[in-house]
Design a protein around this ligand. Structure first.
Ligand code: SF4
Length: 760
């Protein structure tokens, strides 16, 4: 019987609400926007219509697999797989200590509930090495936030909806989204003559075509261009002196550096018009409300961390912060980020080979292969990869293949037999994101923020388990936890629910005080006790209980205590933090369309600032030095610069393995300017070899005048070997190099890879 269920798209961080039509058994038969979703309100892009290709394809796994000495896989039982993995992990930990273990991944674009459980394994292994895709994209940004605002969890968003002047730098929201209901907002900006949209991007992107002004700089010159804009603003006295005096410290030191910027030189280096840059600087600084939206084009290009600093200075120096239409902080529900300031924390675990520190609790995937491959006794020997495919997504695929081949134990938890899984000693099949209770942790909106606990659409595929069950069973097999907790289970089933939850948390606290060894594993204890007593969706009593959501109770209490007025303003009722937390928790469990969690007024953004003096600290010595050093930096020389990882109409992360999901661009063609193609004797559809310092791949040429001469682009999300066949498109990380990265955060420079191109 056909059914329609509420869920969310899992293809990008916007996680738009969807209504999914199913055949009542295992198949998705249709997807439409969900008008009841609190943020997206019915919005969708074309990618969501293809979600059936994720749920149902030939690479889905339905049994744990053990790799044999000859490289083949044998199907094994869950008990046997987990017992052997547990024994090997414990042996490695006891012999070599916590530094021998690393965890990679822990959730894609909408697979975040399992993170509370997988991080427990890191603690059981006495390690802190969590490698994450976020740390090859955003950790420079988080580091800058820590210095400016006092905590790396002070994450920002941008109020494009209410801005008069929007500056998009290194981002193409028409394809990459990242802002609410991107295409609707872009069209509103374009059609309103009172509002201005500026795009800074080396390619004339779909967003740039809608813009009032498009600056098309040489790849890798964003830092020069932003420094020039800031230089013009301070030279012309367009900075917001009152905001800087009342809300910030360090403007004097910063102003001296910005006044010294050789504006004309830097604009020439970026190869754009000085008049256009002046127009942008003046327009941005004098707009009633202006904001900046950036993305990987800036964060994965030369000067990544400096870029993150400069883009924030644009809205801070002009006072476009904490106001409607400006940039703001936002509330946080799921604690995805930590705060790990390398200056202050003595307990930080630095990596053995690079001595790298974590940023926001995360280590950069760029260094993982060499942390495994080096000869030291303290090398990484065991890795668990969860919901990630670093062999294709980390810089230098060949280095990952070598490194993972050397490990004493590689375990992959995934729904599919990925390229990384093919190298694993054990592959553990997870239920898909539509077969379990799940959520997205990317709740980045302000003034209203929302959370979406997604109800399962289907029962788990036979042979698979959801991540909370996998990690809890593994902890039990490792001897870290008992299998049952009879006292807590009894308390969890008490009535009425309103008091039961408070009593349960009190009892859990008492148990953890008596057994401090169990403290790191509170999520699994709550899952096994409170979780089994939870109910949701009274209309569907046949559903598995939302046990995985049990840790959200503590988070609901936490945000009700931190932000009681904002939680009430979002529509939740309770006379104290306990009743308010319970009300929020129940709303999360029951509202399958998603639920507003906080609603702030703009002034409240200042309550998120974490510096001791409640001021923004503008002068960051490392960044001021990097800004100064721009002046003496030689221009990079390469025949071509490859922007690796372009967002297009039919690419997503590695989630779609079946290439038939694409309606166009099946080969993931390399875009090249017609003048360059003519010089090389290449025609549309021709094959060529693209070579970098790291490796070579074959590509198909698409002649395209939206790119500058001297640059080429390739999309991400290709190169998988569906059903073990040939790569379906370019494996771009055969071209990228681990060491070609930001010196501070080690973010790879994927958007600036020197290459040569040879016709075949
Ligand atoms: S914008 Fe992102 S989340 Fe929304 S439908 Fe498109 S891919 Fe999915």
């Amino acid at each position: 019987m056909r059914q329609a269920e509420q869920s969310a798209c899992i293809l990008c961080s916007r996680n738009c609400g969807i209504v999914v039509e199913t055949d009542g058994e295992r198949r998705i038969t249709g997807v439409r926007g969900n008008e009841r979703h609190p943020i997206s309100k019915g919005y969708l892009c074309q990618k969501a219509a293809r979600l059936a290709h994720y749920q149902d394809h030939a690479d889905r796994l339905d049994s744990p697999l053990r790799r044999e000495p000859d490289g083949s896989f044998t199907r094994v039982s869950w008990d046997d797989a987990l017992a052997d993995i547990a024994a090997r992990l414990v042996a490695i930990r006891d012999r070599h200590g916590g530094k021998a273990f690393a965890f990679y991944g822990g959730g894609g674009q909408g697979n975040h509930l399992g993170g509370a459980y997988s991080r427990q394994l890191v603690k059981a292994m006495k390690s802190r090495f969590v490698y994450s895709a976020l740390a090859q994209e955003k950790t420079g940004d988080f580091w800058v936030n820590g210095r400016l605002f006092g905590d790396q969890r002070c994450h920002l968003t941008e109020d494009v909806e209410h801005a008069d002047f929007v500056l998009f730098i290194g981002t193409n929201p028409f394809q990459a989204h990242g802002i609410p209901n991107a295409r609707d907002l872009l069209r509103e900006l374009k059609t309103d003559p009172a509002r201005t949209m500026v795009v800074i991007d080396p390619r004339r992107t779909e967003t740039a075509r809608l813009a009032d002004v498009h600056l098309q700089p040489r790849p890798g010159t964003d830092a020069f261009l932003m420094a020039a804009i800031l230089g013009i603003i301070v030279r012309e006295g367009l900075h917001d002196a009152a905001f800087l005096a009342s809300r910030c410290t360090g403007f004097g030191a910063l102003e001296a550096e910005l006044r010294a910027v050789p504006v004309e030189d830097y604009v020439r280096r970026a190869d754009v018009s000085l008049a256009d840059v002046e127009q942008v600087a003046r327009g941005f600084a004098t707009a009633r409300a202006a904001c900046v939206r950036i993305d990987l084009g800036l964060q994965q290009s030369l000067h990544s961390t400096l870029n993150s600093y400069l883009e924030k200075l644009l809205f801070l120096v002009t006072g476009n912060f904490g106001v409607p239409g400006g940039n703001t902080f936002h509330s946080t529900f799921l604690p995805i980020l930590g705060h790990t300031d390398e200056r202050g924390e003595r307990r930080l675990m630095r990596t053995a080979h690079h001595g790298m520190f974590p940023i926001a609790g995360l280590y950069p995937p760029n260094i993982l292969p060499s942390e495994i491959l080096h000869d030291g006794e303290d090398r990484v020997r065991a890795v668990v990869v969860d919901s990630a495919n670093p062999v294709l997504t980390g810089a230098n695929t060949a280095a990952y293949e070598r490194a993972f081949g050397k490990l004493e134990l590689l375990v992959v938890v995934d729904v599919a037999l990925s390229e990384t899984a093919r190298l694993a000693h054990y592959v553990l099949p997870a239920s898909s994101q539509f077969e379990k209770w799940e959520c997205t942790g990317f709740n980045l909106d302000f003034p209203m923020n929302a959370f979406h606990l997604r109800h399962p659409l289907f029962p788990p595929r036979a042979g698979t388990l959801p991540e909370p069950e996998i990690y809890t069973r593994l902890l039990v097999a490792m001897g870290e936890l008992p299998d049952t907790f009879p006292v807590l289970e009894r308390i969890a089933r008490r009535e009425p629910a309103a008091t039961r939850h408070g009593v349960f948390l009190g009892a859990l606290g008492a148990v953890l005080a008596a057994k401090p060894r169990w403290r790191p594993f509170a999520a699994s204890i709550a899952y096994r006790t409170l979780g089994r007593a939870l109910t949701a969706d009274r209309a569907r009593p046949d559903r598995v209980p939302p046990a995985a959501a049990a840790p959200l109770l503590a988070l609901a209490f936490d945000i009700a205590a931190r932000e009681p007025a904002a939680v009430r303003a979002a529509g939740h009722r309770g006379s104290n933090r306990f009743t308010l937390g319970v009300a929020l928790f129940h709303a999360i469990l029951e509202r399958a369309e998603g639920v507003p969690i906080t609603r702030h007024d703009y002034e409240a953004t200042w309550s998120f600032l974490r510096t001791p003096d409640r001021k923004i600290h503008l002068a960051i010595p490392e960044m001021l030095a990097a800004l100064r050093e721009l002046a003496s930096e030689p221009a990079p020389a390469a025949p071509f610069v490859l922007l690796a990882g372009e967002r297009r109409a039919y690419n997503a992360n590695q989630i779609f393995r079946d290439p038939s999901w694409r309606k166009v661009d099946r080969e993931g063609a390399m875009r090249m300017h017609p003048d360059d193609a003519r010089t090389l004797g290449l025609t549309d559809g021709a094959r060529a070899t693209c070579t970098s310092a790291t490796g070579s791949i074959e590509v198909t040429i698409e002649i395209d005048d939206t790119v500058r001469t001297g640059m080429v682009t390739l999309p991400h999300g290709y190169g998988m070997r569906y059903q073990g066949g040939a790569p379906n498109g370019p494996q771009i990380n055969r071209l990228t190099a681990s060491e070609h990265c930001d010196p501070l955060a080690r973010t790879p420079y994927h958007k600036h890879v020197p290459v040569t191109i040879t016709p075949r």
